[in-house]
Write a protein that binds this ligand. Sequence first.
Ligand SMILES: Nc1ncnc2c1ncn2[C@@H]1O[C@H](COP(=O)(O)OP(=O)(O)OP(=O)(O)O)[C@@H](O)[C@H]1O
Ligand SMILES: [Mg+2]
Length: 496
Amino acid sequence: MNIGIDLGTTNTLACYVNDAGGISKIEFANGRNENKCLLPSCISVDDDGNILVGQPALDRKINAPETVLENTKYFMGKDKSWTMGRMCIDAEKAAEYILTEVYNELSGQFPNEKSFNAFVTVPARFDSQIPRMATKDALKRAGFEVNEKNALTDEPISAAVAYSTYLSGGDTLLVVDIGGGTFDLSLIHSKIVGNSAAADRLIPIGWDGDLFLGGNTVDEIILNLMCTQIIDEEECDLSAPPNDMRYSGEQSAAAAMLRNYIEPIKKQLYSDSDEDAEVYIDELLPDYDFDFTLSRRDYENAMQETAQKMRDIIKRLYSRNAVEMNRTSKVLVVGGMAHEYCLVKILEEFFGRDKILIPDDSMYLVARGAAICNSNASIHVDNVAYTSIGVLIKSRTDVDTIIREGDVIDENFSAEREYSTVNKNAWEINITVVEYKGEFSVSSYTTLMSKVISLKKGFFVKHRTLKFSFGFTEDKILKIIVTQYDGTQTELDVRL
Ligand SMILES: Nc1ncnc2c1ncn2[C@@H]1O[C@H](COP(=O)(O)OP(=O)(O)OP(=O)(O)O)[C@@H](O)[C@H]1O
Ligand SMILES: [Mg+2]
């Protein structure tokens, strides 16, 4: 059985293409109380050492916050771990537990299926091969089958796949995915190649975003406003996480309870009504009721810096890819934060209200696309180079172009080069991989990677030369293998 999984910072979803050709969503026994299709990407460990995933883990945030772990996805493949009760785990292990929960749910619901083949989405901003590989490894360890060549795609691209039946040939689509953790953008051209009525080929032309900009950023901003009022009124600072050792039991419970009111505030602010968001918490602290009102204007003021970041990222996406904003046919906004007030205003300002689409199922689109990518659907997504890629060896002006902008890149691509040291007494080569749009010029490139490689010393001229072979993995990672004269190899990775 083929499954598409959106492994989110906050929520994990799974979908599959059903026998009727439609897409079904999996409901999880441990899904959110208010929506069983959303499995909270949250884990915990109980007193007996049992791992809890989803809503039961989330429930422990009030009474046993030190045993709860969430928001780990940012650190996928990174050297970081957390304590959870008496356990110590990293983001890959956390993902494995969440994916195991998905796997067990599927096995329970489909006992006749022999295996589950998974296709999973990752942020376009996972800009190294490492978190992508870590995601695949977590899938395998959770029990899923993985097709190495077709196992993952970028979240916004997946949303575009799910939306492709509404696209025609020649559209330029901007996808903005704003979830709990990440602000993720893709710019995509659509084409009709076969005789279908809708787009059947998607050509990604650019990506951009911020791994640390999303619902969590906004939550911090709202929490900060709430805490400022509580400090003023009650001289108690609840801004530290609920498990902070300095809290009394009552303060710790108050800190946890306060956080439960953030999402309702966001829901009020992003609704169609113009009313202020209001929260009243009876006895938040002994003899203290918390009465909080947030107007859209105050919210906007607090969001200024974050809104400016979003604005700059959108502009940068267009300028880096030399696309005029007015060429955009549609802007598809997906993710739990799709109705975020400041973002919607920015998009309306840039593109006009008519082009902005926030589908009702905006929270599911990424998982739906993943299910389609993992079926035999006739939609093809090109792996194209968004920019030209070259190498600077001798100077900042002399580029050796390896890949041209618009070239299709896949595992068949290969290029070989030999580079020598710049001066004859040197025993190192500085390789700088750059990207650029249009013609290369000293002022128009961006450095993707720069590395000094030491040569093994030898007597002959050939000892001052290194062989470089360039190739791509199935995940669009440029892999550079550097070979020394004695055959020793070093691998360098560059995400495009
Ligand atoms: N109706 C709503 N109104 C406002 N905010 C919402 C609503 N529903 C969900 N959210 C917020 O959306 C965020 C979760 O969105 P989503 O499930 O798309 O994230 P994710 O996919 O897990 O994260 P990411 O894509 O960044 O890895 C949370 O910050 C949550 O509070
Ligand atoms: Mg998401």
